[in-house]
Each structure stands twice: as structure tokens, then as C-alpha cells.
Design a protein around this ligand. Sequence first.
Ligand code: FAD
Length: 473
Amino acid sequence: MTDCPSSPADRLASVLSTLRENGMAARISTSHSVLEAHSHGEAMDAANLPGAVVFAEATDDVATVLRACHAHRVPVVAFGAGTSVEGHVTPADYAISLDLSAMTDIVEVNAEDLDCRVQAGLTRQALNAQIRDTGLFFPVDPGGEATLGGMCATRASGTAAVRYGTMKENVLGLTVVLATGEVIRTGGRVRKSSTGYDLTSLFVGSEGTLGIVTEVQLRLHGRPETISAAVCQFADLNDAIQTAIEIIQCGIPISRVELLDDVQMAASIRYSGLTGYEPLTTLFFEFAGAPAAVAEQVTQTEGIALSNNGLSFAWAETAEDRTRLWKARHDAFWAAKAIEPTARVISTDCIVPISRLGELIAGVREDIARSGLRVPLLGHVGDGNFHALIITDHTPQGYGRALDLDRKIVSRALALGGSCSGEHGVGMGKLEFLETEHGEGTLSVMRALKNTMDPHHILNPGKLLPPGRVYQG
Ligand SMILES: Cc1cc2nc3c(=O)[nH]c(=O)nc-3n(C[C@H](O)[C@H](O)[C@H](O)COP(=O)(O)OP(=O)(O)OC[C@H]3O[C@@H](n4cnc5c(N)ncnc54)[C@H](O)[C@@H]3O)c2cc1C
């Protein structure tokens, strides 16, 4: 093992000189604008400049960086697109931010097996654009222009998870560079395997704390024959939630069912120029499949919505109308930001078993009213998952009020058997809730895994796991 000079600055300098000796000088940046762009993700102000940014172009680059960082005990945080919202990419002091966004190759597409292998820096939008001719698509669609590596790392999902699942269900295998620089492959191309520990699932959701993903084997899905989208507005939020719950309980294979409350809908109408809608609580629906199946789903859904006092069922008939609608849904965060452009928006995310969603949101609305803050609500309600976009000011007091509300929302979800994050992950923002959610014994096993796989804690330190007892066996 290389000797480690004591100061973090010296250790970082040693890593950078090793990288230069390995021909990577041109991929290192210490310019202020580049450091700043890698100092934070979205939504959380928690920012800290990395010591340097290194741009990887291949798995070997990542391995070279991690070997050097492991030897010199220098922290390293993987950076995809930086759209994560819980402080995931905020670097530790004197850390290297390892940017994978140039790793955008599609390694292979196996259309006949409905799978593909891509480099981790490719975005899901770019993947779908490039495989359009195959008739296949990748369905996991977080709102940000995220990379597939980042989406693996946060176990992302989106509006289509109710039908197609999350990254957990759609990743078949990975190439991962471990903390030591060793490269491994997990999983494979088959739909199922009963051999060995499921390391693919361990890395999916590990937020760059156990290894850095450089390639991802993904499941693809056939583009449906017919797609149809509709919108139903409600005078009462509870009626909209009850509609979503009944759709799921009836087993209707809906592709998307998204809720925007009245505050969010007003913001989205303004920001996205939606016409023909009132600023009322709204459900966006999408149905897909063979024409007869879609017609049946529509009839059932419309019946449920109208029996729950839905005001009207408006169709997005053309592909352009559908695109406009779903773009407005994906832009909801920016629409909420535009309510008060100079304010700060803290996006919290939690999930409960779907039957408890109405109870949760009713309690959350009371908490919001008491807080005096403006908080649009929206969510992937078909999964029991929703987001509160807490609008506050940039003062410590404003941040404190927002965090106080965030804690109340998450505590309610946990008390109802839920999770403090359905899709955004832990990062730094949700650390304080992990013990309540998982229990100290389970966290101690996670810490033992972390210590085994990253003994010097160089991989994204301070994220995902609060400090505490380590399971010793
Ligand atoms: C407007 C908006 C809407 C959003 N909507 C959704 C949504 O609907 N659903 C959802 O799930 N999320 C959503 N998000 C959050 C965000 O898009 C996801 O968390 C996304 O998965 C992050 O991907 P990224 O490439 O930006 O990763 P980054 O932000 O760059 O990184 C996220 C984490 O992953 C790690 N990481 C990145 N790349 C790798 C890699 N190759 N190997 C190992 N670790 C890595 C980082 O170290 C960090 O811990 C939204 C964000 C915004 C801004």
C-alpha cells in the first residue's frame, strides 16, 4: 500500500499526480466553474466544492481513479447528471468528483431478448431516442435528465413505475468498479437466476457508497400498440386519491396515474401553458396495450373516477397533446419553483401502502396549513408515493421551518408503515429517518457490508448510512 501523507490536501495532490502519470491529465479539472457545478445536486443547498473533478471516459479510467483514491485514502463521489435532490453528490472535503457523463455508449442492443447494455453516463432520454427504431423502449422516467448510472445508484423510478416497476425491476446486471479499483460484473442477461447473492440488487440503490457503476444491462419493453391519455379533475383531493386507490385495488393495468393537487395544478397551468384545465386537484392517466384492452381499462377507470365525483374526463387525443401533458407533469418541479422564482424549493418524497395514502395526505395537508408555507403536492399515487415541494426562503429560519414540516410529513409516512423515500433516496437529507425505518440491527448489517466493501470509506462518505453500531457476527 502507498504511504499516505497526513494532510487531506497532500493526499489529493498525490492522487492527481498518479492520475497524470497514468495519462489522465486532460481529464482533470480544478477550474472554479467546474468545481462549483459539481458541488451540489438539485434542491438542497448543501454544497461543498470538490478538490478536483475527473471526467471518466471508460471503465479503466474509473478503476485508475479508485485505485489511487483507495491507496491515498481520498474520498470520491460519482457524478452522473447531478439531478439528485437529497445532497447525494455534495462532495466531502478534498474529494474527487468523478464525472461519468461522457460515458454514453450503447454497448449492445439485443432486441430479440428485450435487453441492452449501456455505459453509465447515458441518459434514459438518449437511450430511448437511439433505440426508437427497434420498437422497444426503457420505461423508468424520473423527471430530471438523469443518467442511467445515477438512476441505478438512487434506485430511481417515475411515472411509469406503476406498470413497469423501478430500476430495481429493470436492471439485469452491472459492471461495477469496487473501492480498490477491482472491476466486477454482476447479474447477466437472463430474466432470472437462482445463483448466489443478488449483488446487482445490492448496488442498485447504494448511492455510490459501495462501488461505481460503469455499465448497466437493462430490460427493455415493447412499445405498446395503442397509448391513450386522459385527465380528470376533482373538487376534493380525497376523491382523487380514492380514485387512484380503487384503480390499483381493481387491478387495472394502468400505465400511469399521477396526482397534482390544486396548488401544483395552478403552477403547472401557468408554467407549461396548459389550456382547458382549472386549478383543481387533477389526475393524469395513461393507458397502453392492444386497442381492446385499452378501451376496457379506460371504461373501468372512467367509471371509478366519475363514481368518486370526478368532474370530467378530458382526452389527450393526439401524440402531441399527450407529449404536452406528460412534459407538464415532468416539469412540475420547475413549475413549483416558478411560483416564487427567488425562493428555495425542498422536495420531499415518501411512500405508504396505497390503502393508507388518503390518511397520509389528509394529515400532511393539516401540517402544511399549520406551517404557513406554500407546498404543492404531486405524486405517483398509483404506487402510494407522493412528493411535497416545500417553498421557503433562503434564511436559516426558512430552512428550519421547511425541515420541520419535512420531518412531520416523513414521520406520518413511517407511522403508517411507509418509507421515508419511495424513489429519491437517502443522500444526506433523509439520514435521520433511517433508524426509525429500518431499526438499529438492520443498519448495523448495512454498516458491516460498507466496511467490507469500502474499508477506508472513500466512496461517497457521509451518505446513505448514519454512523452507529457495526454488526460483528
Ligand atoms: C425535476 C426533477 C424531477 C425528478 N423526478 C424524479 C422522479 O420522478 N423519480 C426519481 O426517482 N427521481 C427523480 N428525481 C431525482 C433524480 O433525477 C434521480 O435521483 C436520478 O436517479 C439521479 O440521477 P443522476 O444521473 O442525476 O445522478 P446524480 O445526481 O449525479 O447522482 C446521484 C447519486 O448516485 C451516485 N452515482 C451517480 N452515478 C453513479 C454511478 N455511475 N455509479 C455509482 N453511483 C453513482 C452519486 O454519487 C449520487 O450518490 C428528480 C429530480 C429533479 C431535479
